[in-house]
Design a protein around this ligand. Structure first.
Ligand code: ADP
Ligand code: TYD
Length: 207
C-alpha cells in the first residue's frame, strides 16, 4: 500500500507522517518512509539542486524534469522493492505536488505533466493521499518561524504562486475524491494526528 502526504508548505505533513509512522510501527505494521524530492542518494543530490536558493534562474521545465528524475529513481530503487516486500510505504509528497506546483503554480501544460508522470512512475498511483489543509499564508508563517526548518527556493516564491498551488490542490482533490482524505491542519498537532490515524487505519488490513 502506498500512502502519500500532500499539502501546502508548512501544513504539517512531515510532523504528521512521523507520528503516524511511530503509531503504525507500534501496531506491528511493516513500514517504509520516504520523501520527495529525495529519498535515495541520487534523489537527495537532486533535492539539493532543486532547493538551493542559488538556483534562481532554474527554468520551470528543467525544474519539473529534476523532480521527475528524483521520483523515477525513488520508485525503482526504493518504493517498488518495499511494496514487493509487503511494506506500507509512506511518502512525504508525490506526483500530486508536481501537478500542484509545476502545473497550477508554474503554469506548465497539465497533459505534458501527465505523460511525464506516467513515464517517471511507470503508472504507480497512491492508494490513499492525505491532504493537510491549511492556508498557504499560515503554512509559510510556520516555516519562517521555525529556524530549524529549511527555507528553500520554492518557499521563497511569491504569495500569488502559493495561492495558485493551493487552488490547484482543490482541483486535484475534486477530480479524484475517493483517493484523497482532506484533514483540517489548522488545529493542534494532536487533533490533526487523531484524524490522520483514523483515516489511514480505516483503509489498512488488520496487522
Ligand atoms: P511540512 O512538512 O508540511 O512543511 P512540517 O511538519 O515541517 O510541515 O511543519 C512546519 C512547521 O510547523 C514546523 O515548525 C512544525 O513544528 C510546525 N507545525 C506542524 N504542525 C503544526 C500544528 N498543527 N500547529 C502548529 N504548528 C505546527
Ligand atoms: P520540502 O522541504 O520537502 O517541503 P515540505 O516540507 O513543505 O514538503 O520541499 C519540497 C518543495 O518542493 C516544496 O515547496 C514542494 C516542492 N515540490 C514541487 O514543486 N514539485 C514536486 O514534484 C515536489 C515533489 C515538490
Amino acid at each position: 500500500m502506498l500512502i502519500t502526504f500532500e499539502g501546502p508548505d508548512g501544513s504539517g505533513k512531515t510532523t504528521q507522517l512521523a507520528l503516524l509512522a511511530e503509531h503504525l510501527g507500534q501496531q506491528g505494521y511493516l513500514l517504509f518512509q520516504v520523501r520527495e524530492p529525495g529519498g535515495t542518494p541520487i534523489g537527495e543530490q537532486v533535492r539539493n539542486v532543486l532547493h538551493s536558493m542559488a538556483n534562481q534562474e532554474m527554468n520551470p521545465r528543467a525544474e519539473v524534469l529534476l523532480f521527475s528524475a528524483s521520483r523515477a529513481q525513488l520508485i525503482e530503487q526504493a518504493i517498488l522493492p518495499a511494496l514487493a516486500e509487503g511494506k506500507i510505504v509512506l511518502c512525504d509528497r508525490f506526483y500530486d505536488s508536481t501537478f500542484a506546483y509545476q502545473g497550477y503554480g508554474r503554469g506548465l501544460d497539465l497533459e505534458a505533466l501527465r505523460q511525464l508522470t506516467q513515464f517517471a512512475t511507470r503508472g504507480l498511483c497512491p492508494d490513499l493521499t492525505v491532504y493537510i489543509e491549511i492556508s498557504p499564508e499560515e503554512g509559510l508563517r510556520r516555516r519562517r518561524q521555525d529556524k530549524s526548518v529549511e527555507w528553500n527556493r520554492l518557499d521563497d516564491l511569491p504569495a500569488v504562486f502559493h495561492r495558485r498551488v493551493h487552488e490547484g490542490y482543490q482541483r486535484l482533490i475534486a477530480a479524484e475524491p475517493d483517493r484523497w482524505v482532506v484533514i483540517d491542519g489548522e488545529r493542534s498537532i494532536e487533533a490533526v494526528q487523531a484524524d490522520v490515524r483514523a483515516a489511514v487505519l480505516a483503509r489498512l488490513p488488520q496487522s
